[in-house]
Design a protein. Structure first.
Length: 468
């Protein structure tokens, strides 16, 4: 039986995903729950398991292709004998068996009339870039009349066409080898790929092939740009790079625009002497409880914000139009820069964790994010966020709220600066904090109290014990 696996909704309201990497090819044997493909949604990279056991018939989407939810992405030949036996026992017809009946005819029962029936033919099909060979099944032509009893039916071949014609490419496929970005470039430049000879691997068509084919059509040579002293002249297709906006980047852009033009942002800044916090970090690293986990200043910043959120619950809430939803739990988001863009996974129920457990949770969260293994559950349900711009050597910024959240705290780099202590100017470890908040929910007074208290706890970490 030929069964199709359709792209599922692996997130909350997912509408499409990009095929990142196939782990199987046509002809491979697969088992149930075997990882077959990696997809990138608007939130994360997800590995999809196979729901069938059998042999891969064809891959129905290319790597790099964006596929709508509900569209078939792979077909698998399962055990046809089991399917036939089930129908023979009177099993009710299902969508899958109907599909099997249409694609692969059931063999007739072994009898005098059915002996020697020719099996369906299988023909190789080109399925896009990479030249994967798969099998599709055709119904054999039936004999015009049944053979006499006791003899095998004669197989009557269909007459050849009068004029041989090339077989058309399968629906939705093209018979040339080219990656999706190359196909798009050819479409934009009006170049017919079927008339090109590829110079890439396995004869695939490259961007250079497309540009070379498009050059004569322009009617005029590329203008020559005088080189600037100290720089090499760049000509042709390399003068610009076009990066498709999709996946995480597309989702982030939409979320940031929606947030910036929906919630009235206010950002306040505070410079803090964090010398005591840096000393505390060094001491924590020496404790057995933190022996197997990385301890950084971000840990104490997170603990300080959790404490402030308990003291001023309004900072950990959501504007819901006709009401404000104050949340007594904290799903603490940590903004993480990854190869696929900015994502904000969050630690669930962070307010209930001990300091060692919080350190472990933060370490695991950031490691999954940077390795591209964050799951949709990691990226949903956040209530308040920290963005650590200090790791990029930045003092401060005006962070944009995550949609649905009321506040975000930016933690700047820790630098040695002159500071007045007991009337004397001395070198101290100093950072800048920036708190953005939704002015519909939080007034300047509450926002100032939260930022002041976070700064006070980082200046003297013992206050976290006193206020917890």
């Amino acid at each position: 039986m030929l069964r199709e696996f359709k792209l599922p909704d692996v997130g909350e309201g997912l509408t499409e995903a990009e095929i990142i990497k196939w782990h199987v090819s046509a002809g491979d044997k697969v088992v149930i729950n075997q990882t077959i493909v990696e997809i990138e949604t608007a939130k994360a990279v997800v590995e999809l398991p196979c729901p069938f056991e059998g042999v891969v018939s064809s891959l129905m989407a290319d790597e790099g292709e964006t596929v709508d939810v509900g569209k078939p992405i792979i077909s698998v030949d399962t055990d046809e004998d089991d399917a036939s036996a089930a129908r023979g026992r009177g099993a009710p017809a299902t969508r899958e068996t109907a599909l099997a009946d249409d694609m692969v005819p059931s063999p007739p029962p072994e009898s005098a009339e059915g002996a020697g029936t020719k099996k369906p033919e299988r023909t190789p099909v080109l399925v896009g870039y990479g030249v994967k060979l798969s099998a599709t099944t055709r119904r054999p032509r039936k004999s015009p009349a049944a053979a006499p009893s006791g003899t095998a039916p004669a197989v009557v071949p269909s007459p050849p066409p009068a004029t041989p014609a090339p077989a058309p490419a399968p629906s939705g496929r093209v018979s040339v080898l080219a990656k999706p970005p190359v196909r798009k470039l050819a479409k934009d430049l009006g170049v017919d790929l079927t008339g090109l000879t590829g110079t890439g691997p396995n004869g695939s068509i490259t961007r250079e092939d497309v540009h070379a084919a498009a050059a004569p059509a322009t009617g005029a040579p590329e203008p020559v740009v005088a080189p600037t002293p100290g720089y090499a002249a760049i000509a042709g297709a390399e003068r610009e790079e076009r990066i498709p906006v999709k996946g995480v980047r597309k989702a982030t852009a939409a979320a940031m625009v929606a947030s910036a033009f929906t919630a009235p942002h206010v950002t306040e800044f505070l410079q803090v002497d964090v010398t005591a916090t840096m000393d505390a970090v060094r001491r924590l690293r020496e404790l057995p409880d933190f022996a197997e986990v990385k301890v950084s200043p971000l840990l104490l910043v997170a603990k300080a914000l959790l404490t402030a959120a308990r003291r001023y619950p309004l900072i950990n809430s959501t504007w819901a139009g006709d009401e404000i939803v104050v949340k007594r739990y904290v799903n603490l988001g940590i903004a993480a820069a990854t190869q696929r863009g900015l994502i904000v996974p969050n630690v669930k129920e962070a307010q209930a964790l001990s300091l060692p457990d919080l350190a472990k949770a933060l370490a695991e969260l950031t490691e999954r994010a940077r390795s591209g293994r964050s799951q949709p559950a990691d990226l949903t349900g956040g209530t308040i966020t920290i963005t650590n711009v200090g790791v990029f050597g930045i003092d401060a910024g005006t962070p944009i709220l995550n949609p649905g959240e009321t506040a975000i705290l930016a933690f700047g780099q820790v630098r040695d600066l002159p500071w007045v202590v007991d009337g004397q100017v001395v070198p101290r470890k100093v950072t800048t904090l920036a708190l953005s908040f939704d002015h519909r929910v939080v007034d300047g007074e509450i926002g100032s109290y939260v930022l002041r208290d976070v700064g006070a706890m980082l200046q003297d970490p013992l206050r976290m014990l006193a206020w917890s």
